[in-house]
Design a protein around this ligand. Structure first.
Ligand SMILES: Nc1ncnc2c1ncn2[C@@H]1O[C@H](COP(=O)(O)OP(=O)(O)OP(=O)(O)O)[C@@H](O)[C@H]1O
Length: 334
């Protein structure tokens, strides 16, 4: 049977929907293809993603949540409605509760609009939650105890770093350096070094297939194709892991610095807990080759990637919605 509760990870790179009792039922890129002539939405999610960088003049493939803010609200709303319609919220669920995790820095006006979009799609009680908190819960941390837990969530648009205790964020930082920036670093590096233009998707491919952030940790290479900036013709070059590390060095430094700043602002008792438990990495960036080694080397604290890091937020919404019930039952008893 379908549950009554729906959790949504409204990410800058991917949208995941979790349904209580069923797990993750939808996982698609946050991309919308629009006909610029008529302003009509042509495709959403997987289908729109296949069009990125390959659209004719009158069609644009938009990532409405780029950079961890809602860059294009109407498109975000259309995308949210499309996904909720796809899982048939209206027919199957009787007035579900919806917990939405959105980018950390959105304004109260944007929060209100997201709430309204979810209501219009059939939701009854709509809750919004901060991403690092839900990511920590989804990674299996018990954030409700009076002890320190630290999570570094490296997504597409933002890296969110937070120390949590007793169910709340104690210190946190959010920087706009994450997966998208790593891709553009690689793209720019290749442009400068080889005078070769490559697309965003090729850059992402390089990052995943041969990239590393820890010196000497990976020694692989890959052939890539692009357009020669001088001749204008297609050309193939070979990229090595060490070149990717070099390309990512500056951005990774920002992630390290932001993590250090959060640790420096953390009360000492909680720091001691973090040394015992280690820092947990969530989000797609947790898959970056060498990131655990690099962060633990720099921060002098054990660092571990969560299991299924890209699903932590969606799974966390499920756990938090169950907790809402538990809190309600306890309140009813007293
Ligand atoms: N194997 C991998 N190695 C490196 N990066 C990866 C890998 N797999 C996915 N990623 C990156 O993870 C990012 C997407 O992560 P995720 O789905 O957690 O982001 P999001 O939740 O949508 O973003 P945000 O948290 O900013 O809203 C993309 O930039 C993608 O390139």
């Amino acid at each position: 049977m379908f549950g009554r509760d729906i959790g949504i990870d409204l990410g800058t790179a991917n949208v995941l929907i979790h349904v209580r009792g069923k797990g993750i039922v939808l996982n698609e890129p946050s991309v919308v293809a629009i006909d610029t002539g008529t302003n009509r939405v042509l495709a959403v999610g997987d289908e729109a993603f296949r069009m990125v960088g390959r659209t004719p003049g009158n069609i644009v493939a938009i990532r409405p949540l780029r950079d961890g803010v809602i860059a294009d609200f109407d498109t975000t709303e259309a995308m949210l409605k499309h996904f909720l319609a796809k899982i048939k919220v209206r027919g199957m669920f009787s007035k579900p509760r919806i917990l939405i995790c959105c980018p950390t820095n959105i304004t109260s006006v944007e929060q209100k609009a997201i709430r309204e979009a979810a209501e219009k799609s059939g939701g009854k009680n709509i809750y919004l939650e901060e991403e690092p908190k839900v990511a920590a819960v989804g990674a299996g941390m018990d954030i409700y105890q009076p002890s320190g837990n630290m999570v570094v969530d490296i997504g597409g648009g933002t890296t969110d770093i937070a120390v949590l205790s007793m169910g709340d964020i104690v210190t946190a930082s959010s920087i706009k350096v994450a997966g998208d920036r790593f891709d553009s670093d690689i793209l720019n590096y290749i442009k400068k070094k080889y005078k070769l233009l490559i697309g965003e998707r090729t850059a992402e491919d390089i990052k995943k297939s041969v990239g590393t952030v820890f010196p000497g940790a990976r020694n692989e290479e890959m052939d890539i194709r692009g357009r020669d900036m001088v001749s204008g013709l297609p050309r193939t070059i070979t990229v090595h892991s060490e070149e990717v590390r070099e390309a990512l060095e500056e951005s990774i430094y920002h992630v390290v610095q932001a993590s250090k700043n959060v640790l420096e602002k953390t009360p000492p008792e909680l720091s001691a807990d973090i040394i015992d438990r280690g820092i947990i990495l969530t989000g797609g960036g947790a898959y970056l080759h060498g990131i655990e080694e690099l962060l633990s080397d720099e921060l002098k604290v054990p660092v571990l990637a969560a299991e299924e890091p890209m699903n932590c937020v969606a799974n966390g919404t499920g756990i938090m919605l169950e907790n809402l019930d538990r809190v309600a039952r306890i309140k009813a008893r007293y």
